[in-house]
Design a protein around this ligand. Structure first.
Ligand SMILES: Cc1cc2nc3c(=O)[nH]c(=O)nc-3n(C[C@H](O)[C@H](O)[C@H](O)COP(=O)(O)O)c2cc1C
Ligand SMILES: Nc1ncnc2c1ncn2[C@@H]1O[C@H](COP(=O)(O)OP(=O)(O)O)[C@@H](O)[C@H]1O
Length: 311
């Protein structure tokens, strides 16, 4: 897959089969649309194109607002889309110029003259251009003149897609990572750098790598303890993760930490990917480190029996 961060890098195609959207999560519903896109491109001798927006329009309009949380970072999205076999991914920021285009300008300048669309797959309610004035009607109006076809995604499918995204966010915010995985078609993960903590972990026999996420917009699952896998370079490990403020030691910040099994290396500064498999329990305030240590031993047993169960 070729990825473009600006329209100017894109060379107009002879036969572009395109779709437009944010595709957060690239979940089952999105995957269905993307598979259709790739099939249509193949069967018509064209090339598949996805036009997506990043930063998200809401991040540009209101940069201070930290409420918007996304299932995927842009890097994760690029990886998933490329694995689905998409030929071209255009990532465009929602600049003022871009958002000020009229429906006719958007269709002609962007879709036709820049991308070279011959086929477009869009939801029945897709809106575009200044003040979201463009829709199916405008797309149809210009289709003869500019010689492209439109395949409309039916209301039911559009609704399913929206419902899934909401359900996935809710499930993750509720700690239900296994449920989220059933909608996503893959296990939710985070990627970040290992930073220094308070160095208490090692004193109780459970060192924990503290993970710092660069993307403030990435959704973090609810506080709690999870069975996870940790990927570091080419190595993969099992482990147990903790998300929370560490009430036992009156912690002040919300930490994301992981105790990696069968591992004993200094990894400060390294990037790791942590994949959430199962929720184990809620965060608890213990009477002290001794009680916490006993619970951690039990958590380890529970995590290991989970891994044994899934084989
Ligand atoms: C599997 C696991 C479960 C944990 N559960 C709790 C908990 O229930 N309550 C709590 O206050 N801290 C919990 N912690 C966090 C510990 O308090 C924390 O790892 C310890 O204070 C070490 O912090 P440090 O890495 O900054 O040294 C848990 C950590 C792990 C790895
Ligand atoms: N099994 C392990 N799981 C997690 N981190 C480990 C492990 N073994 C060694 N480490 C190293 O120890 C650090 C965690 O130790 P800890 O005492 O909890 O310190 P900190 O509070 O700085 O995280 C990790 O960042 C990593 O570099």
């Amino acid at each position: 897959m070729k990825t473009y961060h600006h329209f100017s890098e894109f060379k107009k195609l002879d036969n572009a089969v395109a779709t437009i959207g944010t595709f957060d999560g690239v979940h089952f519903g999105h995957q269905k649309i993307i598979k259709r896109l790739c099939e249509l491109a193949k069967s018509t001798g064209g090339e598949s194109v996805i036009l997506t927006f990043f930063p998200h329009p809401r991040m540009i309009i209101d940069p201070e607002n930290q409420d918007l949380k996304l299932i995927n970072t842009i890097e994760e999205k690029i990886k998933i889309l490329s694995e689905l076999g998409v030929d071209h991914l255009i990532i465009t920021p929602f600049t003022r110029d871009f958002s000020n285009l009229s429906p006719a300008e958007y269709i002609k300048n962007i879709l036709v003259d820049t991308i070279g669309i011959k086929q477009l797959i869009v939801g029945y309610d897709h809106r575009f251009a200044k003040d979201r004035k463009g829709g199916m009607q405008e797309l149809e109006m210009f289709s003869k003149q500019f010689d492209y076809k439109i395949e409309e995604i039916a209301k039911q499918d559009v609704d399913d897609v929206a419902v899934s995204s909401t359900k996935i966010r809710k499930a993750l915010l509720n700690g239900e990572v296994a449920l989220a995985a059933s909608y996503l078609g893959y296990n939710f993960s985070i990627h970040g750098r290992v930073i220094k903590g308070d160095k208490i972990g090692r004193t109780i026999g459970f060192p924990t790598a503290n993970i710092f996420l660069e993307e403030t917009y990435k959704l973090i699952p609810s506080d709690g303890i999870y069975a996870v896998t940790v990927d570091m370079g080419t190595e993969s490990y099992k482990g147990m993760a903790y998300i929370g403020q560490r009430p036992t030691i009156n912690g002040m910040t919300r930490n994301i930490e992981v105790n990696i099994f069968d591992f004993n290396k200094e990894i400060y500064g390294q990037y790791i990917t942590m994949t959430f498999l199962e929720f184990l329990r809620h965060d608890v305030k213990f009477t002290g480190l001794e009680a916490l240590k006993m619970q951690l031993q039990k958590d380890k047993e529970d995590t290991l029996s989970y891994f044994k169960k899934i084989g």
